[in-house]
Design a protein around this ligand. Sequence first.
Ligand SMILES: *[C@@H]1O[C@H](CO)[C@@H](O)[C@H](O)[C@H]1NC(C)=O
Ligand SMILES: *[C@@H]1O[C@H](CO)[C@@H](O)[C@H](O)[C@H]1NC(C)=O
Ligand SMILES: *[C@@H]1O[C@H](CO)[C@@H](O)[C@H](O)[C@H]1NC(C)=O
Ligand SMILES: *[C@@H]1O[C@H](CO)[C@@H](O)[C@H](O)[C@H]1NC(C)=O
Ligand SMILES: [Cu+2]
Length: 238
Amino acid sequence: MFFTAVVSVLVSSVAVVAQYGNPPPAQPTTSTAPPVPSAPANTDPNVINVNVAPNGQFMFDPANFTAPVNATVTFFFPNSGLDHSVTQSSFEAPCTYLTASSNNSAGFDSGLIFLHHRPLSQASADQFTIVITDDQPIYFHCKQVTHCGLGMVGTINAPTNGTNTFAAFQAAASKIGSSEVTETDHGPVTGGFNAIASLAPSATATVSGGSAPSSGMKVVASVGALFLSGLAIGAALL
Ligand SMILES: *[C@@H]1O[C@H](CO)[C@@H](O)[C@H](O)[C@H]1NC(C)=O
Ligand SMILES: *[C@@H]1O[C@H](CO)[C@@H](O)[C@H](O)[C@H]1NC(C)=O
Ligand SMILES: *[C@@H]1O[C@H](CO)[C@@H](O)[C@H](O)[C@H]1NC(C)=O
Ligand SMILES: *[C@@H]1O[C@H](CO)[C@@H](O)[C@H](O)[C@H]1NC(C)=O
Ligand SMILES: [Cu+2]
């Protein structure tokens, strides 16, 4: 409890500094991170939960799965550590946001989730949900610099054989590796191609399937957290 409270105060003050335009603070190390809420187990094929960077690993879990039309896929962000995103891309350009073309509408993008700029009391598992609209493959990655090149990518309904498989997509991302181009973060983008996000990511009042950041603190719901998140993003752009 005491330890958690100390960490909370530290992170709170960091968040205040960040709002006044200083560069993003040093990332908390994993040894000081609070418990990371994890996604509930997948038992319903129409409701799929994905952990973003479980245990600080640069991965999605699951990273490669099928989802029927109308299924909801919800990404659970950790409440500490590095910032991450769920950003739609294409097989051809694994680490690049999918812009609209004559072949496709623009991709969905959670935007980078600046969780470490928040007080831990508000850093419950942010969630970002997409609804599958087609049986065609969906490719996505994390836009945080270096993460995609480290293989932090995922596929939904990718072919199981041939050239455009999950394995080939991840290999293509890893091949980009450290020459990955830094992507601009414009915050969340709703919509998408073969899957649609209707809402920006938001913190939730309850933490499903994991421990709350601190047992003594009530987790504050979305509005305040989104406001803070907006400030953090604004500060990062200065
Ligand atoms: C998906 O949902 C829409 C709207 O509710 C419905 O019209 C459609 O039949 C559903 N498709 C499938 C494959 O379930
Ligand atoms: C659209 O798809 C065709 C066929 O796959 C491809 O040749 C073309 O380059 C694509 N156009 C764009 C703008 O992505
Ligand atoms: C390759 O995948 C297609 C569907 O994506 C399937 O119909 C076919 O049987 C697969 N072929 C092999 C050799 O696994
Ligand atoms: C990706 O998922 C599909 C469907 O679940 C599976 O058939 C395929 O073997 C997986 N590919 C890899 C590389 O894990
Ligand atoms: Cu990441």
